[in-house]
Design a protein around this ligand. Structure first.
Ligand SMILES: C[S@@+](CC[C@H](N)C(=O)[O-])C[C@H]1O[C@@H](n2cnc3c(N)ncnc32)[C@H](O)[C@@H]1O
Length: 260
């Protein structure tokens, strides 16, 4: 089935994804096609038209479809140069606050919010209480995040001192320090529906909206961040991403924007 879905699959994506605010060209990967073919088999559906009708009639199935599209790969300390900037400029700017609210959209298996939590423990302002909220649409990755157990490959970019301080080896795997884990609160949700929480000081939206969403949806997301981030707060995007709408933000690093 998955092999026979070539051109037809592109047509399906072209019809369905724009109505979900997604850019269909970003999702033409073979892996997505294979996952959708598998889902068709599970639902005993014989064509993509039948599947499309099911998506329209059945919101939970549409939600499920979103998770089939997802790339959930992440790394601790992904884009090291950006994390250095966070350490040297962003975290010190939060000193003086009684509480700093930080947020990771599309947090995958926790690599991004846990990197932030580790940096906070190691170098963050001492008198400020960190509140780190992290969300994802995919329950499976959130379960992994809550377990806090990783393979070496995920930690390749992490500086050795952080790795030695905050991980303990358990055979082939590495367990994150529970004190770091306790700084992050994970929750399940669709970011396009619930958006970011209000009153945040530092938001991460990397390798999600500005890679996979359509132009209009990206603009809308930037606006919701503009409303949710405190004046002087920060928005961090992926190293290869470019939000086209930066009004109300000032570029401080190629992937770090400050809310004016
Ligand atoms: C490529 S990973 C990025 C992980 C991390 N932010 C990073 O840059 O390393 C994208 C994540 O976004 C999640 N995702 C996709 N669509 C989403 C949505 N509508 N709401 C919330 N999370 C979503 C996926 O499940 C996946 O875990």
């Amino acid at each position: 089935l998955s092999r026979s879905l070539g051109h037809e699959f592109d047509q399906f994506l072209k019809t369905v994804l724009p109505s979900m605010g997604l850019d269909w060209r970003r999702h033409r990967r073979r892996q997505v096609r294979r996952r959708v073919a598998e889902r068709l088999r599970e639902l005993h559906l014989r064509s993509l038209e039948e599947y499309h009708l099911t998506l329209l009639k059945n919101p939970p199935e549409a939600e499920r479809f979103r998770t089939l599209l997802g790339v959930t790969i992440s790394r601790f300390y992904r884009d090291p140069d950006m994390w250095e900037f966070i350490k040297q400029t962003v975290l010190p700017s939060l000193a003086g606050l009684p509480r700093a609210v930080m947020f990771s959209a599309g947090c995958a298996s926790g690599e991004e919010p846990y990197t932030l939590a580790m940096l906070w423990q190691h170098d963050g302002p001492e008198r400020t209480k960190p509140v780190i909220l992290a969300m994802d649409i995919d329950e499976t990755v959130l379960r992994r995040a809550e377990a806090g157990v990783y393979e070496d490959g995920c930690l390749r970019l992490l500086p050795k001192d952080l790795r030695d301080t905050y991980f303990s080896r358990q055979g082939r795997l590495l367990q994150l320090d529970p004190a770091v884990q306790s700084l992050v609160q994970f929750y399940l949700g669709d970011f396009t529906v619930i958006g970011p929480p209000k009153g945040i000081h530092l938001a991460f939206c990397r390798n999600l909206a500005y890679t996979y969403f359509g132009r209009e949806e990206r603009g809308r997301i930037t606006q919701t961040f503009h409303q949710a981030i405190q004046p002087g707060g920060w928005l961090v995007i992926g190293a290869t991403e470019k939000p086209d709408l930066t009004e109300g933000f000032e570029v401080q690093h190629p992937c770090v924007y400050r809310r004016i």
